[in-house]
Design a protein around this ligand. Structure first.
Ligand code: BG6
Length: 498
């Protein structure tokens, strides 16, 4: 239970643009429901969902009920549902319609009084990115962006721009109305349990942090693999591809948490500053490195869970000669004292053989002086941070085999448990929405991190755009193109599937 003072500061009206959209129905509303369930939603709170379709509050609330029923991690408890139901309102207007913003302003004032929310606002833009500027402008022109003596926070879903220039332009537009401290750029991966656990594992364990460098770590692998194809999101994905969809944001955020220096304290800006330095220290991709250290893929037909599936080019809204990548693997170096010489391998793809997100830390091998002689293959120490669907930590080390005279066996310590419901779930959004209300931006990307990520991603995206690829080059249901395996094999390494 939160205390009264905290509760007062959390009081707000959350305005969701895109109230009838997929994100709101599948993630945001179930997340709000679970916050009620866990008694974390402030007492003085209301939600205004905005959509273009005409519907009454009652109709909208019924739809939300169905969504919660389907996607919430907690079953519907009548009292919790009624608590949420009664504070949800639906307002119909088109984002281009100026009168709509006036209508919104009056309505919010009414609700402020009714719910004693003190004028605090969260504007959550759960809409296609082409509407971001338009809505922010509407908020500004209709005096919705700032209230005296109250806070206003703007929440932006990805994609934040489609390259460095568009991201800068968008950021400048947002900054005309909101300052950086009021902008919350969502990266839902940061809301995941094991991503937050990276810092705890590193900075609360002598054994890990003292070995956390190029002296003891041979390589780091970050894999975000999905069995899903592009489904109904072909229109968006075709213009995005795996680089923009996963690498520029989720993967670089994870990489920066794995590789950052210990922050001076746990304050938001201290952590963000250390993360930024990692992205800035990524070694530049020369032409030679682009040729040798980058692998793109696109899935062809194949079999997933025993069922045949179509190729990317046969998916809805995808042109038959599409050159968009649905898979990327990269080898990169972080040029600083801690990491020089230790490669980071990253890969992500759709329609792969399994759905699994994990970080593998492979420690260096020992000299073969005392053990591992005479034909023994040395199995390295591995620390695996399992993000999903298994959640937890796996550690592999060597011990003597109990049953033989002197054999060495690789022993696996696994604290992880299978959680079929992890993924892009409401849970991550629960944490993130709660943090927005508390005004804690630690798990959101700061502008300079986004900027540095685009500088990195643009170079690789430009390379892909210029090059001709022989797509499709991996079968759905496989672990990606052969070249992704060669990327490690040249140095005698391999992707670990533990
Ligand atoms: C989203 C991407 O950001 O993350 C999707 O746009 C992807 O393409 C999803 O499927 C993966 O998230 P999760 O949480 O399911 O691993």
């Amino acid at each position: 239970m939160i205390n009264e003072e905290a509760n007062k500061n959390l009081s707000a009206i959350m305005v969701i643009f895109g109230g009838t959209g997929d994100l709101t129905q599948r993630k945001l509303m179930p997340a709000l429901y679970n916050l009620v369930y866990d008694r974390l939603l402030p007492e003085n709170f209301a939600v205004v969902a905005i959509g273009r379709k005409n519907k009454t509050d009652r109709q909208y609330r019924d739809e939300v009920f169905e969504s919660i029923n389907m996607y919430s991690r907690n079953k519907i408890d009548v009292r919790c549902w009624e608590r949420l139901r009664d504070i949800i309102y639906y307002l119909q207007f088109d984002f281009t319609d100026q009168e709509g913003y006036e209508k919104l302003r009056h309505f919010l004032k009414e609700l402020d009084e009714k719910y004693n929310t003190g004028g605090n606002r969260v504007f959550y833009l759960a809409v296609a990115p082409e509407y971001f500027e338009l809505i922010v402008q509407g908020l500004s022109e209709h005096r919705l962006a700032h209230q005296n003596g109250a806070w206003t926070r703007l929440v932006i879903e990805k994609p934040f721009g489609r390259d460095l220039n568009t991201a800068r332009r968008l950021n400048n537009k947002l900054n005309e109305v909101f300052d950086e401290s009021s902008i919350y750029r969502i990266d839902h991966y940061l809301g995941k349990e094991m991503i937050q656990n990276i810092m705890v594992l590193r900075f609360c364990n002598t054994v890990f942090e003292s070995l956390w460098s190029n002296k003891y770590i041979d390589n780091v692998q970050i894999s975000l693999c999905e069995q899903n194809g592009v489904g109904t999101r072909g229109g968006y994905y075709e213009n995005s591809g795996a680089m923009r969809d996963m690498v520029q944001n989720h993967i670089l955020q994870i990489l920066s948490m794995v590789a950052m220096e210990p922050p001076v304290n746990l304050k938001t800006e201290s952590i963000r500053t250390e993360k930024l330095k990692v992205i800035q220290a990524i070694e530049d991709f020369t032409n030679e490195k682009l040729r040798n250290n980058v692998v793109f893929g696109q899935y062809g037909r194949g079999v997933i869970d025993g069922k045949p599936v179509v190729s990317y080019r046969e998916e809805e809204n995808i042109p038959p000669k599409s050159t968009t990548e649905t898979f990327v693997a990269l080898k990169l170096h972080i040029n600083n004292f801690r990491w020089a010489g230790t490669p980071f391998y990253i890969r992500t793809g759709k329609r792969m053989g399994k759905t699994s997100s994990e970080i593998v830390i492979q420690f260096k091998e020992l000299p073969e002086i005392l053990y591992f002689k005479e034909g023994y293959v040395q199995v390295p120490n591995l620390l695996v941070i399992r993000i999903q669907p298994n959640v937890g930590v796996f550690f592999q080390f060597n011990t003597k085999d109990f049953s033989t005279y002197n054999d060495i066996v690789s022993t696996k310590m696994d604290t992880s448990y299978y959680n079929p419901t992890t993924g892009n779930t409401p849970e991550a959004y629960e944490r993130l929405i709660y943090d927005i209300l508390r005004g804690d931006a630690t798990l959101f990307s700061r502008w300079d991190e986004v900027e540095a990520s685009w500088i990195f991603a643009d170079k690789i995206i430009e390379y892909r755009a210029k090059k001709k690829f022989d797509f499709p080059n991996y079968n759905a249901g496989s672990m990606g193109p052969a070249k992704a395996f060669e990327l490690l094999a040249v140095n005698g390494r391999r992707w670990w599937e533990v």
